[in-house]
Design a protein. Structure first.
Ligand SMILES: *Cc1c(COP(=O)(O)O)cnc(C)c1O
Length: 361
């Protein structure tokens, strides 16, 4: 670089950070947005009006409640957190992963996860200087129990992340495999239930049986992605340590009030998620019927599929040209070569996606 200032930045920034690529969010203006597992349904008008009224009562000149006491109580009841388990709230579950790994990042400490999985586990491990070990899933994206147990004894990870269901594959891992991993792990196991609303399977009721188990949830995928609210449930003494790393006002007042309001009207969101689960099954059947497409069954609000007759990159670009944005996983390589991921949208969005896709095949 000619500019001496650039040399200064190169000298200062950690080499592992310089090697990273920034998390890329593509522009989506004017497109049917089926790339990020968002809930497509707006709030009913009368609910929106009541919510805005509630926000009007928030004293925005004051700092938020640093412990979000009222919201935590609401979450406990709404999510069925067992008594004895404690809660830690994050600005999205992404922040909880960051808080956890900052606290665990001793020199040489390892983060382990099956791969392919949610990319933030590895990204944040790198941010905090931890080593990430990925253990390949089987051909059908199940946990390879033997390989996981071997990886655990070889690397003694400080934490293992298991997305349940997994992103981007959509499947729910076998609960007995997970139990065996929790049993064998010398460190923590985070069961990441970001898609709980669509899978309706959980390890929440096993908290308390094993002190190394943490259950993570988020309100994002069920319809509140803009709020940024995630939570970690688990051992009280352990979470008290993690809480020292949390910035005091990480959950802002508008999020606290909005989440509390939304949980008090959970039936509206539950109904939307039920519609999306039904839509997922229709979309799965329609994709299965298309020639040259292999689609995997999903317990989340998205479907992973592979295109056999045309390169995935061409299909992705063709869909975008037709006004539909999905996620191209082909560049991730490995088991995801040739794969695309589509979020389950509203019926008319799914129809537009299917029509555009059919034309491209
Ligand atoms: C989307 C996603 C998250 C992140 O959710 P936020 O709460 O919005 O940060 C966490 N885990 C998995 C597996 C996800 O797919």
């Amino acid at each position: 670089m000619a500019n001496p200032k650039d040399d200064m930045w190169r000298r200062l920034i950690r080499p592992d950070i310089q090697r990273l690529k920034a998390y890329h969010v593509p522009a989506s203006a004017g497109l049917i947005k089926l790339d990020a597992m968002e809930n497509p349904y707006p709030w009913p008008e009368e609910l929106k009006a009541a919510w805005l009224q509630r926000l009007g009562t928030v004293g925005i000149n004051r700092y938020p409640d640093p412990q979000a006491t009222a919201l935590k109580e609401r979450l406990r009841v709404a999510l069925g957190v067992p008594t004895g388990a404690e809660l830690l709230l994050g600005n999205g579950s992404d922040e909880l992963i960051q808080i956890l790994l900052m606290a665990l990042a001793k020199p040489g400490a390892v983060v382990l996860a099956p791969v392919p999985t949610f990319v933030m586990y590895e990204m944040i491990a790198t941010f905090v200087g931890m080593k990430f070990v990925g253990v390949p899933l089987t051909g059908e994206f199940a946990l390879d129990r033997d390989a996981m147990l071997k990886g655990i004894s070889a690397h003694e990870p400080a934490v293992i992340f298991l997305a349940y269901p997994n992103n981007p594959t959509g499947n729910l891992f076998d609960a007995n495999d997970i139990a065996a991993i929790i049993e064998a792990a010398p460190g923590l196991v985070v069961v990441d239930e970001a898609y709980h609303a669509f899978a309706q399977a959980s390890f929440m009721d096993r908290l308390g049986t094993r002190d190394n188990l943490l259950v993570m949830r988020t309100l994002s995928k069920q319809g509140l992605a803009g709020l940024r609210l995630g939570l970690l449930a688990g051992n009280a003494a352990g979470l008290a340590e993690l809480d020292k790393v949390r910035l005091p006002y990480n959950i802002n007042s508008l999020t606290q009030a909005s989440a509390d309001f939304a949980l008090a009207h959970a039936d509206a969101f539950d109904a939307q998620c039920a519609r999306l689960r039904a839509e997922r099954e229709s979309l799965y059947r329609a994709l299965s019927a298309l020639p040259g497409i292999h689609v995997w069954p999903s317990r989340a609000n998205f479907l992973l599929f592979r295109t056999h007759t045309r390169p995935a990159g061409d299909v992705y670009a063709g869909l975008k040209g037709a006004g539909v944005l999905i996620k191209n996983l082909d560049p991730s390589g490995g088991a995801l070569k040739g794969c695309l991921r589509v979020t389950v949208g509203a019926p008319e969005e799914n129809r537009a996606f299917l029509a555009a896709l059919e034309k491209l095949l």
